[in-house]
Structures are given as C-alpha cells and as structure tokens.
Write a protein that binds this ligand. Structure first.
Ligand code: B3K
Ligand code: ZN
Length: 880
C-alpha cells in the first residue's frame, strides 16, 4: 500500500450529476446496475482525460457508454479501477456488476447482518458496491431501486423519500427511493430486512411535519423509546442552539448487530450498531442510555455538519467529526450535568487521545498523509478535533461562534469543503485572526504548559509565567507555539474569586477570564492583589494540554473544597491522587511497605460528607485516576507497581471511609428500591455514587457487604445495579458467589447479545490472576464469535485495553494472544483487526523486556502473510 498525501489533492476530472442505482438482492449474490449521468468538471480544461472509476471486489458484467455496450478492448480493468475514454463532455455510463454481500465479513460496502442486508460506505465502501468516483467531493443526486424476496425482506429502505413500490412475480417486491439532496457516495445507504419500526413525528421550527422511524428486529421493539426520545431532543436542540432544521420528510434509524463502529449518518437513513440504539432499564446500563442519547444526537447533527456541508477530501475528516463531537458533547452537557460531562470527556481524552498523540500513530487534527483512511477515524480526529472547536468557541464566545457557524452553513451549503473554509467563516464572522490558532490543525502532539507564579507583597502584584512546548511526533521534529486559551481565576484564602486586573488595564475585567498564551514563554502580571492568591488554572480544561503548576497537597485539598469551577475541583482531587499514587508506586518499586498519605483520606472524607455536592460529582471525585491514565503519565510504565499502588489505596480508603460509604450506599440503594428506574441524570448521579460506594465496600471482605451485593443483584429492576453487583463480585474474593452469579446472569440473558457483551466485558476486565486463561475459555463460549465486532471489543478489546496487569503479563502471553487475534481478524475484518492492535503500538512505554516482547509480536504480525492495508499501516509505523 502506498501513502496518499494532502498536497497531491486534485479536483475531480469528472462530475456525476445523477446516480440511478438498481439492486437485485438474492441469497447467493446481488446484482447492481448503476446509471451515472456525468460531465467533465467545468472548472478544468476542455480536454477529456480518461475516466477512472473506483471499484473493488466487483464482477463486471457489462458497461456501456451512452448506450453503446463496451467490449473489453474499450476499457482497462484492474483490481481497483475501471478506466475508459469519454468522447464528449457529457455522457452516461451504465454498468452492471455482481457482488457477494452474503460472504462480506469486512462489514464494508453491502453486507448481511443477522439475515438483513445493510451498507456501510464511509469512507471508501461504495467502491465495493459499484464502479464510481468514490470521493467526497463528487456529489450527486441519487435514485435507488431495490428488489428482494418479499417474505424475508418486507422492509426495503434507502436514502431520501420513498416514491414508488410494487410486487413482482415469484414472491419478490421492490421499492424506489429518491434523495433530493446532492451527496457523496459515502452517505449512500440501503437496508432490506424483516424489521419492525416505532414511528413518531417531529414538527420543525418552520412547522413542517417529519416522520421519524426507528427500525429494529422484532424482538427489540420494546427497546427503542429512549432512542426516539433522544432523537426528538436532538432535533429541537439543533434548532435552538444552531438554528439547524431537518430537511427531508422522513428520518430513519436502523439498528444492526454487526457493525464496525457506533453508527453512520447516511442521509435520512442512519444505520446504527444496535448497541447505540437499544436501551431499556432491564437490559442497558445508565452509561449505555447516555451513549445512545449521545450517538443518536451525533449522527443527527451530521445532517448539517457533514451532509449538507461535507468534506472535500478525507484529510478534512475532522471538519465534520471534530465539529459534530463538539456539538454532541454540548448537547449532552445541556441534557445532563455539564460539569460531569466535561469530567468524563477530559478523563477519556487525557487517557486515550494523549496516548495516541504520544505514540507512533500520532497525527495532526488535519493529517497530511495516510495509507488507509479507515485508520484515521481516531481519537485525535474526533476528540482532539472537538477540543479545537471548543477552543474557538471559548476564544470567540458563544454568540460570535454562532454567527460563524451560521455563516459557514450558509456559505457552504451543498459543498465539499476544508477545515480552512471553516476557520475562514469563523474569522469572517468575528474579525479575529486565527492564523496562529490554525497550528492546532497541523501540528501533532500534546503541548505541555508549565506555569509558575510569584507574588510581590510590596507591589501587590502577582506574576504568572507560562512556558509551552510540544514533543516531537513522527515527521514533526520541531513545533511552533500554539494559541492556548487559559481560563483562570485567582482565589483568596476563603476560596473567593478575586477581581482580575492585568498590568496596564484601567480596571479589573471579571473574576474568571481567558488569557491567551501564544508565545513559547509568556508572563502575565495581575495587580491590586492585597494577598497572595491561589490560582485556579485551565478552568473547564480550556485547552487540551498537559498543564503543570507546583501545587502542594494542602493547596490541592483547598481547591478540591473551594474552587468555584466544578471541573477544577475534580481536577485538584485528581492531581492530589496522582501525587499520592506516584508516591506509593515509588515505595512499591523500592520494596518498601506502602503508606498512604492520610490527606487523601481526609480529602475524600469531606467529599463524602458534603451532602450539598451533586452525587455524580462525589462519585467522580471518589474515582481514582485509572491505571491507563497512570500509564500515560509515566515515563516508563510499571504495570505491576501501578496496579499494586492503586489497589492498595483503594483498600485503605475503603477501610478508613467504610462507615460513610456504607451510609451513602444504603441511602441510595433504599431510593433505588422504592422508585422505578428512570433514565434521567439525577438518577444516573445517585446510582453512580451507590455503585462506586459498593465497589469500595466490597474490598472490606465483610459479610454484610456481600449480602448487600447479592441483594442488589437479585432485587434490582435495572441493568446498572445488576451489572455493577456482578462486576463487584467478579473482582471480589467471594469465589463461590462469583461463579453462581455469573452463571445465573448468563442463563438469564443468553438470548440478548448486547447483555452478553457486558457479561464478557466484566470478566475480561477482572484483574484477578489468570486473566488470559479466562478470556481464552470465554472465546469458546457459544455466545462468542470473532465475526461480531461488539463481541471482539467486549472480550479481546476489554482484556487488552482495560486489564493491564493481565495483558502485560511478564511472560508475554497477553501480547501473543492479541497478535494471534489480530492475525486472524486481518483476514476477515481488517478494520477491526487494526483497531485491536493499538495496545501493542504503545510498546515504547514499557520496560526493556516487555518492549522486546511487544515488538516481537508486531514483527510476527508483519511476517504472518498478506496483510490488509489497515493492519500493515499500523504495524509498520509502530516498528519504524
Ligand atoms: N462517520 C461515521 C464513521 C465512519 C467510520 C468509517 N470507518 C460515524 C460517525 O462519526 O458519526
Ligand atoms: Zn461522526
């Protein structure tokens, strides 16, 4: 496979004004006929270069140019292109191909999942359906007719509006759909299956009625209400916050069981992983309910940020993904607790995106080269891309940002554009020059921001100094300074925010404000401060950087209690925990007895005693930084020391805080017993505290906790409590209860694949010794299959990504296991294979012995035979 570069971008030679597709779906093959109404791109010269259509794994049956059947001498065919010579500036191509969705295990293009036909075309799946100009800057008006056997496939769907349907002889039927909006091929979709739907209606801001339908397999019809509610909330929110109205008469979501990622925003016909649609109390956790809400919103928001305005080329992917993640995270913040949502997002970003940015696959938000575009649906494109948008939002303010987004949508509606076009609209609407800011799009790596301060008592002034730098990343040795928005406040001894007046300012400008650090070294001096303040820096995580400030532990405890920025209260607790855990890690490595700094106990005690504090915040503050995060911030990660230190701290906290934890557990469990399940954030909040309390309490090994755990498991009415009770038991010393409960759970839920995924995950994550053997045994379980991506993620992904002590076993057995799975997945599903690889790409983080073992497995994969471009790119870059 070869590298593709942004600098080589060229506008398409030809355009496709109309695309008329006909699908004849059969059990052992599918026939696709495509009629393409084409013309020479009028912005280019008048000559007629060869027409090069993309196509892979297609059996060409016939091709005609303007009704003239072509013979093999008239075109060239290789394994990825069909090339022919147009003779006029406007022409029509008719082609027929045979494809095999029934044996498509890569789940890209047209494939079958649980007996239904469905598609996944982004990024380059359409070329596995028909010969086409499969690139996002070729936009076309699509008409689609599909026919299938009526009994097995009563529902026939495609993009746009249904315009005709009918029956054929032989028990077959057909339907025609027309999409009035121009779209690139990656937004094409079709579905044929035996599906039921829940229907609802939404009236848009201009009073148009839109029909909403969510299609699922019949047995899941009782699990779609939450997704439907989420959809209506999303439609309303996008009207209110962005002024965006839905544009077709019908909006459909279809749930499928085998799907490579979360969901896909095909125009008017979103196709979802069933894990991101189905949710009801008995079978889905609170987290799953929140994920459904977020993904439904995300895909819906793409209708504008992605579909109406799309990407010129795949280097611009973050144009739609970063923006849409930013939109969905703000939506979730508005629907739930803003602070808690921010904490979750930041914890995720710092653990996973920062690790990516520090590894061999590091790339800018707008990459400039790739081998396989599927490998670039990354945390950097999505999550860091969203942070970049958030910074623009912070710098411009909500109102000006809205003017910018209005301008962007108005200016580029119906176009395929670039990240530069987006930033240009923001600049034009605001008058702000974002030239330097755009380095966030082009430079990879996580900037470090070191801050220090000095107080001048004689002058009543306080000087804050910042120093920024950014580590080298592949292909980028040197970095230029970023524009880093630092929101901050200065607190007095009571924790009150002080007026902020910089030297040279006439008067204070607020008590919490955004400074812009734009130079490698930069200082800000605040005046009129009668006492030495304590800074609250980078409030709300106003930039995706690694900030350091020399707080001592007492100051962090003070911020935990007094900072008026909720995010920074949590952040102070995290920093305190990190300091304490790193001390324990050192003790463990030196072979000393572990001694926990009692200040952490005291700090968490006052959090638990604070009845005013949002219970979700209490739960977040009780959550110690995860092992993966502790790994990310280590120079060389000592997995065993990290695990031992963290478990020791948890045990000590459980003992010291037992009574308070027990009290809060009981109070919340009592509420759970007396109220029916509600999927609403105040209830998410109290259950999250109840559940984290239980996970601490069980460490005591006390019989009353075991009894409580079993009571919760048996008597609850929802999956959140049930699964937590199970997970707590699985990680507990109560061996026989663990086994019986696991067996009972599997027996009860054996027919629900999404619940079984949870069952696999809980066991894959158990850090008790013998993890690999348990995972290997589970791979033989009848409910497990490597063909289903959710199963792969639930078992193999959870083991390698979350069970760090077992995965990193010193003998290399975890690495060997993962490499074996990647090798077998490489043949069946390259995208999933490549994703599962990522733990091995982080080999530079570990000690020499583990490094050698991990590299050895990467080399073994490389030598294992024919590799997909997906796997080849990740392995070769990791070894480079
Ligand atoms: N746009 C899709 C992702 C497609 C991934 C292709 N490998 C889902 C989303 O981000 O909304
Ligand atoms: Zn998206």
């Amino acid at each position: 496979p070869k590298m593709i570069y942004l600098k080589d971008y060229q506008a398409p030679d030809y355009l496709i004004d109309e695309t008329h597709l006909t699908f004849e779906l059969f059990e052992d093959h599918t026939l696709v006929h495509a009629q393409l109404v084409m013309r020479r791109n009028p912005t280019l010269s008048a000559d007629l270069p060869p027409l090069v259509l993309d196509g892979q794994q297609l059996e060409l049956l016939s091709v005609a140019l303007d009704d003239r059947e072509l013979s093999a001498a008239d075109y060239q065919l290789d394994d990825s292109h069909l090339t022919l010579q147009p003779t006029a500036a406007s022409f029509v191509i008719d082609s027929s191909v045979r494809i095999h969705p029934e044996s498509n295990t890569a789940l890209e293009g047209l494939y079958k999942s649980s007996g239904m036909f469905c598609t996944q075309c982004e990024a380059e799946g359409f070329r596995k359906i028909t010969y086409y100009l499969d690139r996002p800057d070729v936009m076309s008006k699509f008409t689609t007719t599909l026919s299938a056997e009526q009994h097995s496939y009563p529902v026939l769907l495609s993009n746009g509006n249904p315009i005709a349907s009918g029956s054929e002889e032989g028990g077959r039927h057909w339907a025609t759909w027309e999409d009035p909006f121009m779209k690139p091929a990656y937004l094409f979709a079709l579905v044929a299956g035996d599906l039921w739907c829940v229907e609802d209606q939404f009236t848009t801001m201009s009073q148009r009625a839109v029909t909403l339908r969510i299609y699922v397999e019949p047995e899941n019809i009782d699990k779609v209400q939450h997704a439907m509610d989420s959809l209506k909330k999303s439609m309303k929110w996008d009207e209110e916050v962005y002024g965006r109205e839905y544009d077709l008469d019908i909006f459909m979501i279809v749930a499928v069981n085998d799907f490579n990622m979360g969901a896909m925003e095909n125009k008017g016909l979103n196709i979802f992983n069933s894990s991101c649609v189905l949710a009801k109390a008995e079978t889905a956790t609170d987290a799953a309910h929140q994920r459904v809400e977020a993904v439904v919103a995300h895909e819906y928001f793409h209708n504008w940020s992605g579909n109406r305005v799309t990407c010129r080329d795949w280097f611009q992917l973050s144009l739609k993904e970063g923006f849409t993640v930013f939109r969905d995270s703000e939506f979730s913040a508005d629907m739930n607790s803003r602070t808690v949502k921010r904490i979750e997002d930041v914890a995720y970003l710092r653990t996973h995106q920062f690790a990516e940015d520090a590894g061999p696959m590091a790339h800018p938000v707008r990459p400039d080269a790739y081998m396989e575009i599927s490998n670039f649906y990354t945390l950097t494109i999505y999550e860091k891309g969203s942070e970049v948008l958030r910074m623009i939002h912070t710098l411009l303010g909500a109102e000006t940002f809205r003017k910018g987004s209005d301008l962007y949508f108005a200016r580029h509606d119906g176009q395929a554009v670039t990240c530069d076009d987006f930033v240009q609209a923001m600049e034009d609407a605001s008058g702000v020059d974002l030239t330097q800011f755009k380095r966030w799009y082009t430079q990879a790596g996580t900037p470090r921001l070191e801050a220090s301060a000095s107080y001048d008592a004689a002058a009543n002034s306080y000087r804050l100094e910042f120093r920024q730098s950014c580590p080298a990343t592949p292909g980028q040795a040197e970095k230029l300074p970023f524009v880093i928005p630092v929101e901050l406040a200065l607190l007095d001894a009571q924790g009150r925010e002080l007026p902020l007046q910089l030297v040279g300012e006439e008067a204070p400008v607020g008590r919490s404000r955004v400074l812009q650090v734009t130079q490698a070294e930069q200082a800000f001096t605040f005046i009129n401060l009668a006492e030495k303040p304590l800074p609250s820096l980078l409030r709300g995580f106003s930039a995706p950087v690694k900030l350091s400030f020399p707080y001592d532990r007492d100051q962090l405890m003070f911020l935990m209690q007094h900072d008026s920025d909720g995010f920074n209260r949590w952040e102070a607790g995290q920093q305190l925990s990190v300091q304490v855990l790193q001390e324990l890690i050192g003790q463990y490595q030196r072979g000393e007895a572990l001694v926990l700094d009692q200040r952490l106990v005291a700090a968490l005690r006052s959090v638990l005693q604070d009845e005013q504090l949002d219970q979700a915040m209490v739960a977040e503050m009780l959550s110690l930084p995860g092992e993966a995060y502790l790994t990310e911030i280590s120079e060389v990660a000592d997995v065993d020391a990290i695990h031992a230190a963290r478990e020791f701290a948890r045990g000590e906290l459980a003992t010291a805080l037992f009574d308070l934890l027990w009290q809060r557990y009981q109070a919340n469990r009592e509420l759970s017993r007396s109220t029916a399940y509600i999927a609403e954030f105040t209830h998410f909040a109290r259950r999250s505290l109840q559940n984290i309390a239980l996970s601490y309490l069980v460490l005591s090994g006390r019989p009353e906790v075991l009894a409580a755990c079993l009571e919760q498991y048996e008597a609850c009415d929802n999956m959140t409590e049930r699964l937590t009770a199970l997970a707590v038991l699985v990680n507990s010393p109560f061996e026989s209860e663990r086994a019986t409960t696991l067996a009972a759970f599997a027996e009860h839920f054996k027919d629900n694949p999404l619940v079984m995924d949870q069952w696999f995950s809980v066991q894959a994550g158990s850090t008790l010794p013998g993890g690999l053997a348990r995972v290997q045994a589970l791979m033989q379980h009848p409910a497990f299959t490597l063909k289903n991506p959710n199963k792969v993620r639930a078992l193999i992904g959870a083991f390698a990504g979350q069970n760090l002590v077992n995965f990193h076993a010193a003998d290399g057995s975890g690495y060997r296991f993962l490499a074996d799975q990647v090798i077998s997945l490489n043949a069946s599903n390259p995208q999933i294979a490549s994703r599962q690889l990522s733990p091995l790409t982080r080999w530079r983080k570990y000690d020499d012995k583990r490094q050698a073992l991990m590299k050895g497995e990467l080399e073994r994969i490389l030598a294992s035979g024919e590799l997909s471009s997906d796997v080849y790119e990740v392995v070769s870059k990791s070894l480079a």
